[in-house]
Write a new protein. Structure first.
Length: 89
C-alpha cells in the first residue's frame, strides 16, 4: 500500500513540459540580471570594487563604507582621467 502512494507523490512533483518550454513573450526585453548587464558589470565595475573591498578588509577602517566609497571615487578619477571635481576647489 505504501507503494501506491509513491507513484502519486512522484507524479505530483514531476514538472510538466509547459513551464520549462514556455519562452518569454517579448524577446527584445533585457532582464536586469541578464547577460549584457552582467558583462558590463564584470568589465567596468567588479575589478575595482573587489580591489577596494580587499583594501578595506586589509586596513579595517572605522568607517568602511566611506573608505570604500572614497576608494572608488579616486579609482574612477584615475581610470577615467577626470580631475577632482570643481566643488573641491
Amino acid at each position: 500500500m505504501g507503494t501506491a502512494s509513491t507513484p502519486n507523490s512522484a507524479a505530483a512533483n514531476t514538472p510538466t513540459a509547459e513551464p520549462s518550454g514556455s519562452a518569454p513573450t517579448n524577446t527584445n526585453q533585457i532582464r536586469p540580471g541578464g547577460a549584457p548587464a552582467r558583462v558590463y558589470m564584470n568589465e567596468k565595475i567588479v575589478p575595482y570594487l573587489l580591489e577596494g573591498m580587499k583594501t578595506v578588509a586589509k586596513e579595517q577602517p572605522a568607517n568602511p563604507l566611506r573608505a570604500l566609497g572614497e576608494f572608488l571615487i579616486q579609482k574612477s578619477n584615475d581610470v577615467e582621467g577626470h580631475p577632482p571635481s570643481s566643488a573641491d576647489q
